[in-house]
Every structure is written in structure tokens, then in C-alpha cells.
Write a protein that binds this ligand. Sequence first.
Ligand code: RP5
Length: 162
Amino acid sequence: MKKIGIIMGSDSDLPIIKKATDMLKSLEIPFEVHIYSAHRTPVEARDFAASARKNGFGVLIAAAGMAAHLAGAIAANTTLPVIGIPCKSSVLDGMDALLSTVQMPTGIPVATVAINGGANAALLAAQIIAVEDKELAAKLDAKRASDAAAVLKKDSTVMENL
Ligand code: RP5
């Protein structure tokens, strides 16, 4: 199975990344995590993206806050699918990172998930890998079914608590 590469702009983004790695672990998908910044370590970020395909990665996830150029900078250096996670910082409620991540120019796409959307980034990466992996696709189908069952169980008792 192809690996998923996860890059975060700072170790302060770790709580968001943990949501992604927890999900990938639960689906038994191999991953590798790095702290590379588009601004503070641009050479390492570029080199990682440029060599990712030959190093066995299938999808890259990039998480950053504030002027969040990381996902775009990664996408500029690979044609692997790149998923961006805008991270909320102490000001502007993450809108700065959301717009910096999502508003990519034509030709360099970044699939952007919700602000702090680490779990969905992992699920989207898994769904991309599962296009060519029936076993993983079955796990994703089973997760959908069990998530739906959990909601319906709550529905069946909701009136008891009112
Ligand atoms: C971004 O700036 C990082 O992704 C982080 O979300 C934000 C703040 O970084 P630190 O100053 O906490 O290292 O590049």
C-alpha cells in the first residue's frame, strides 16, 4: 500500500495532526510525519514534496496556520494529490489559514478540508488510496455503516432524555 505523507508547518499544529494519525492508525494505513515549513524550512519542504512519489507516497496532507502556504508550496512540487488542513491560530479564527490554503491558482490544486479538519483529511486520503485497494475500501464502507449505526442508536433513545 502507498504511504501517506503528513507535513505540518510547526509542532504547534500537532493536536490537529494527531486527529489524522489516529484515523490512519485505525485504518492500518502506513504514514510518515514531518515538520517542514513553507517559510522557515522551504528547501526541506520542497525536497520532500519533489521526492515523495519515488519514495512511495500516494497522497500528501499538509497542515498549517496563519499565512498557510504550506499545502500550496507542497502541491507546487508534486503531482501527487495534496490535501490541505487550515489550522486555527490565536487570531482570525482560522479564516486566514482557510483562505490561504483553499484559494489556489488554476493548475495547482489543493483539496482543502475544514479548519482543524485532521480526521477528514485522513479519511479523504484513505479514500484516494482505496480507489485501487479493495480491502481498504471495505474498511471504509464498514466505518460508514458503524458511524451511521451509532447515530441511529442515539436517535432511538433521544426522547428519553427530554
Ligand atoms: C504556521 O504558523 C504553522 O503551521 C503554525 O500553525 C503557525 C504558528 O507557528 P508557531 O509560531 O506556533 O511555530 O506556519
